[in-house]
Design a protein. Structure first.
Lengths: 122, 130
């Protein structure tokens, strides 16, 4: 079972299903909230057990973004019309057993870096 | 001049300087904080001019470094090294940034689920290129 936590440890989580869609998101919202690029995978909402207080922010009407209110770690993302939740791969304890499968929203990527790892881009 | 603002707009700034090199940090702290790995530019404090400030939240790590983020939207804004040096997160800079990624540091601690393949210099720790 995968486990994870924020930088300060106030928020911890357990992943009880096989994560899907390990991806790096280059959209403008994720770039600001992560500070660079956000990597995540998703599971059914009831397969993500979260302990601790999470601050939620809706950057659009479609989804909410969860971070630790104490240390700021960007941990979760969930669309309102889906019953899944994404969690940050960077928050995971290792080994993760995961591999990045795709880069998404690359049309919005920052101009200060290149994507050169050969992973699929969308 | 570089400008930037957080996701909710509570914080905005101008940096009255050419952007320095962008450093990607793969240490465990930056990975937990960002969700992937960090990318930032160092700056001198007298070059930063705040246009707006709101909900600024600071977290001091036991190691002595400080993370600055917007407590309303979660945007990562800045970092203060334990020795007092300052950096800005590259992700909130407006395009065109005029900045370029220049190196990867603390690659010994990088995540096991991605590769670094852009050909830039890598330092396993920081301060001694390997």
């Amino acid at each position: 079972m995968l486990t994870g936590r924020c930088l300060c440890g106030d928020v911890t989580f357990e992943v009880t299903a096989e994560p899907q869609g390990a991806s790096a998101c280059h959209c403008g919202q994720c770039r600001k909230q992560s500070g660079h690029v956000w990597s995540s995978a998703f599971v059914p909402r009831d397969a993500l057990r979260i302990e601790g207080k999470v601050a939620w922010y809706e950057a659009s009407a479609a989804a909410r973004r969860g971070f630790c209110p104490r240390c700021g770690s960007f941990l979760f993302w969930a669309a309102h019309d889906e019953d899944t939740m994404s969690f940050a791969l960077g928050a995971l304890d290792e080994p993760t057993g995961l591999r990045l499968e795709k880069h998404i929203f690359t049309a919005d990527k920052g101009d200060y870096y290149d994507i050169a790892d050969g992973v699929e881009q969308r | 001049m570089i400008t930037g603002a957080c996701l909710c707009g509570a914080n905005a700034f101008e940096l009255d300087a050419e952007p320095g090199p962008v450093t990607a940090c793969h240490c465990g702290q930056c990975r937990r904080y960002s969700g992937f790995h960090a990318a930032s530019i160092d700056y001198e404090p007298d070059t930063l001019r705040w246009l707006r400030q709101g909900h600024l939240t600071r977290f001091t790590h036991p190691s002595g470094s400080e993370r600055i983020f917007c407590g309303r939207c979660g945007t990562k804004i800045g970092f203060r090294y334990a020795d007092g040096g300052l950096s800005l997160e590259a992700g909130l800079l407006d395009s065109p940034t005029g900045a370029r990624m220049a190196q990867h540091i603390f690659t010994a601690d990088k995540g096991d689920y991605y590769d670094i393949a852009d050909g830039l210099p890598q330092q396993q720790q920081y301060g001694s290129e390997t």
